[in-house]
Design a protein around this ligand. Structure first.
Ligand SMILES: Nc1nc2c(ncn2[C@@H]2O[C@H](COP(=O)(O)OP(=O)(O)O)[C@@H](O)[C@H]2O)c(=O)[nH]1
Ligand SMILES: [Mg+2]
Length: 357
């Protein structure tokens, strides 16, 4: 899937960088353009990407703190400049656009929905968001910001691929170390998904293509991505169980949104040497995912890749009815109520989180 990435805010810029670097190292060439946008100059400076600084007249390059309303306002005011910078980057070859942002902060949280809306207005290709949920140990403000941002993003983008910062972290890491390794995991997993739709040599009919990714994401709302891998056996027959067990692990333990197992659509991609991938295994894995998610629309296919291992990617569309999203929204709603109790002036405002999604 030929993709253009727009990273908004600090997490957006860092994750976009990690994706671009992974795509280049692997030689996939699925990512055809990128741009980082921020209101904080210091967060743009270290990025090896082209950048646009927004909101200079309001915040003078110092960022919006955690104020996502201000983040939305400065993005709104400078949207024209961002769109101009994107001209020529989003060429006719682009098949999808991803707006990438951490949803708990200010610039990405408020700005990503604005950019998604502007892009949808001008481009015919789908505009997706890659949204990052704050970890559960992040403060109440982050949860509230993310709740509001997610609601708006789900409306403005064609689908939101959601990654919980608690999902792909290794235990015992500090937050900063944690971000580094999570960004690597995101780059590898989302990067493989993007590359999976790209044409490969000696294409067989079971190879996944871009339209299958787009059709899966057509469910709209919220999507999740699961990943797992294992050592492959010597031939396809030996790998029936490898294929089914990596698929099971991808969904049950390797998901970007843990416990999101009720879905409208699904796509199971098995990556590895074509001669290692068992057709029988793929068919079993696919029907297992249908059973597990309650979806009758689960597609399956291969991604030929030179590797000793077999990896499964499980993309689910329409997971917003999952317990995970509901519990996140509950957490955001509680945090919002706590905040209101602490600030009497806010008590009489309507609770914007009530009708989420
Ligand atoms: N995965 C990941 N999440 C991050 C990273 N940096 C920040 N975050 C998350 O993104 C949220 C927003 O932070 P940040 O991107 O700094 O805010 P912004 O610059 O105002 O958009 C935080 O609440 C974290 O959950 C990062 O490098 N990787
Ligand atoms: Mg930050």
């Amino acid at each position: 899937m030929k993709t253009v990435l727009i990273g908004v805010g600090q997490a957006g810029g860092k994750v976009t960088t990690a994706l671009v670097e992974f795509d280049r190292e692997m030689g996939f060439d699925a990512i055809r353009g990128s741009l980082a946008v921020n209101s904080a100059q210091a967060d743009l400076r270290p990025l090896p990407l082209d950048t646009v600084l927004v909101g200079q007249d309001r915040v003078n390059g110092h960022g919006v703190g955690g104020d996502n309303e201000l983040g939305a306002e400065v993005m709104e005011a400078d949207a024209g400049e961002v769109m101009t910078a994107l001209d020529g980057r989003i060429t006719a070859e682009a098949e999808a656009i991803f707006v990438v942002a951490g949803l708990g902060g200010g610039t990405g949280s408020g700005g990503a929905p604005v950019i998604a809306r502007e892009l949808s207005r001008v481009h015919d290709v789908p505009v997706y968001a890659l949204g990052i949920l704050p970890g559960s140990e992040e403060g109440a403000m982050y949860q509230v910001n993310a709740g509001r941002s997610l609601k708006t993003l789900a409306r403005e983008a064609d689908a939101v691929l959601l990654i919980d910062n608690d999902a792909w972290r290794s235990s015992g890491e500090s937050m900063e170390e944690g971000f580094q390794s999570i960004n690597q995991a995101i780059a590898q997993r989302v990067g493989l998904l993007m590359a999976a739709g790209e044409p490969v040599d000696g294409v067989g009919e079971s190879v996944v293509d871009t339209s299958e990714i787009i059709n899966t994401l057509r469910a709209g709302g919220i999507s999740s991505l699961g990943y797992a891998s294992a050592q492959a056996g010597d031939d396809a027959d030996a790998n029936v169980n490898v294929v089914t067990s990596v698929t099971r692990n991808a969904l049950l333990t390797g998901a970007s949104l843990p416990d999101a197992t009720t879905a409208e659509t699904g796509l199971v991609v098995l990556a590895g040497r074509p001669e290692n991938i068992s057709r029988k295994g793929v068919e079993r894995a696919r029907s297992w995912v249908e059973e597990e998610t309650g979806s009758m629309r689960v597609r399956g296919g291969d991604f030929p890749l030179e590797s000793e291992r077999i990896a499964a990617l499980v993309l689910l569309g329409g997971v917003e009815r999952s317990e995970r999203v509901e519990s996140f929204m509950e957490r955001a709603r509680e945090a919002k109520q706590r905040e209101q109790r602490e600030d009497p002036a806010e008590m009489f405002q309507t609770d914007e989180l009530d009708d989420l999604i």
